[in-house]
Design a protein around this ligand. Structure first.
Ligand code: NAD
Length: 501
């Protein structure tokens, strides 16, 4: 429960953000560019502090901080700064005959105050990533980092006001009660990253104000490994994706589907790769992370119960350490196959062929990501054509996240809405339909005014039905007409000259 004073505080934060938004200053492009550049300065100047916070929260190494979070954020900011004037330019669209002389376009406008609720596994990129889009789109924002990555959350609260407009952008820290209180307030968009269970609560709370939501959720992302592929390379890539950040990545391959004949080879390749990446004892490797807290530690260990461990399996509760673990011959109904693992445990489920793999995937909730390793074009084509997921990568894992031009997000149980690059800008903008006409040509409009007659209806039909022309068509037509006229003029001139000669 929150004290009355705290409840009031959260309302005041939202009111303050709205007042700042209502001044109109975030509508000015230069203001948005300045704020984005300030955010870039924060990331560059405070990298050491951010890195230390992540070591504290997740045992992240100093190299993994830029690699897994900050480079991506820099990239997103630079892209937004470079492209903003283009993204905000009115987009002229096709017209009907009746609107031919009008100005018809789509204009992206800010929504208002956006609430950004982040998860703990990538505490910087999951809060600042959406914030970049919110700033670019001209919104005010309230950022609520996860209470579980508490050092990062405190640092975000400390640093953001030092670099950004303090009235426009706010940080609220705290846990479930604070988030629930925030969700009672009226926002113009809620951007949530976290579990599907809480996603439903967020959507329910937002519905009370008819507030639209983006839900970046999770789920079990399958990884199908076909016999026909370079297993050594496949296993290197899978091992990197699964065990980075100690398996706490929403798009990590959750489990492997493969034919029984290659299961043992996969296990051997993964074992060797783990040794190469983290040495004999991963617990002492600076590159191997930890589980966020003891609750999650116990949750992950409980999921493994009853399974056959092929690699790893060791753990140390005092350190929240779980060794990189591979489980073999896992049955579809095993507990570990019922929920997202979100930890360094990789079950292998065997299937007879690609048909069974496709059936297995389609019988479950639509995943956030799907990975396919194969050199067989037919297998790849079938996997792409006969399954559904937020994103799909063939012969690698997770790298689609780094491509700003690709929309990132889930489908069905793995979420709704897309972001990254221009997609975040679009997600947090209202696409306003604009039509500007004049008060002339009133005779044309008679077709729609009463008293209605057959001839007026015919006229309306002529102007309104299926006669769409885009600017490009119009420009093309004008170019042809002017070329014909110019040619005519030239010929006339030549004839006159020749006659005179
Ligand atoms: P979490 O516990 O940090 O929760 C996320 C946010 O929700 C936090 O800010 C928390 O305060 C708030 N919250 C928690 N319970 C709440 C409640 N009852 N009411 C209101 N707010 C509440 O994170 P998590 O849920 O453990 O995150 C892990 C999940 O997030 C996984 O399923 C993972 O796949 C998913 N995830 C998805 C993405 C993505 O981009 N799609 C990224 C990271 C994580």
């Amino acid at each position: 429960m929150l004290a009355w004073g705290e409840e009031e505080m959260e309302k005041q934060v939202v009111d303050k953000a709205r007042r700042a938004f209502n001044t109109g200053r975030s509508r000015v492009l230069q203001y948005r560019v300045d704020q984005l550049r300030a955010l870039l300065r924060l990331i560059r100047e405070r990298q050491a502090d951010i890195s230390a916070a992540l070591t504290q929260d997740l045992h992240r190494s100093v190299f993994n901080t830029p690699l897994l979070e900050l480079i991506g954020l820099e990239n997103e900011i630079k892209l937004a700064v470079r492209e903003l004037s283009d993204w905000t330019r009115p987009q002229h669209v096709q017209k009907s005959l009746i609107t031919l002389t009008n100005d018809v376009f789509i204009k992206a406008e800010p929504l208002g105050v956006v609430l950004i609720i982040g998860a703990w596994n990538y505490p910087w990129s999951l809060t600042l990533g959406p914030l970049i889009g919110a700033i670019a789109a001209g919104n005010a924002a309230v950022v609520k980092p996860s209470e579980l990555s508490k050092t990062s959350a405190s640092l975000i609260k400390e640093l953001l006001p030092q670099y950004l407009d303090q009235e426009m952008y706010h940080v609220v820290t705290g846990g479930v009660p604070e988030t629930q209180e925030l969700l009672k307030q009226r926002f113009d968009h809620v951007f949530y990253t976290g579990s599907s269970t809480v996603g439903k609560l967020v959507m329910e709370a937002a519905a009370r104000h008819l507030t639209p939501v983006t839900l970046e959720l999770g789920g079990k992302s399958p990884c199908y490994v076909d016999q026909n592929c370079d297993l050594a390379v496949a296993c290197r890539r899978i091992t990197w994706g699964k065990f980075s950040n100690c398996g706490q990545t929403c798009i990590a391959p959750d489990y492997i589907l493969c034919n029984t004949s290659i299961q043992n080879r996969l296990i051997e390749e993964i074992r060797q790769t783990l040794q190469e990446f983290y040495g004999e004892n991963p617990e002492s490797s600076p590159d191997y992370g930890r589980i966020i807290n003891q609750n999650h530690f116990e949750r992950v260990l409980a999921l493994m119960e009853g399974c056959s461990v092929a690699v790893g399996g060791e753990s140390d509760k005092s350190q929240c350490y779980i060794a990189p673990t591979v489980l073999k011959d896992v049955l579809p109904h095993a507990r570990i196959m019922q929920e997202e693992i979100f930890g360094p445990v990789l079950p292998i489920v065997t299937v007879n062929d690609v048909n069974e793999a496709i059936r297995f995937i389609n019988e479950r909730e639509k995943p956030l990501a799907l990975y396919v390793f194969s050199s067989d074009k037919k297998v790849i084509k079938r996997m792409l054509g006969e399954t559904s997921s937020g994103g799909v990568v063939v012969n690698d894992v997770m790298i689609h996240y780094t491509v700003s031009s690709l929309p990132f997000g889930g489908v069905g149980n793995s979420g709704m809405g897309m972001y990254h690059g221009k997609h975040t800008f679009d997600q947090l903008s209202h696409k306003r339909a604009c039509l500007i006409t004049s008060l002339g040509m009133e005779s044309l409009n008679n077709a729609r005014y009463p008293p209605q007659t057959e001839s007026r209806l015919q006229k309306a039909r002529f102007f309104m039905l299926n006669r769409l022309c885009s600017c490009a068509h119009l420009t093309g037509a004008l170019a042809i007409i002017s070329t014909v006229l110019a040619l005519g003029l030239l010929i006339t001139l030549l004839v006159v000259l020749l006659k005179g000669w």
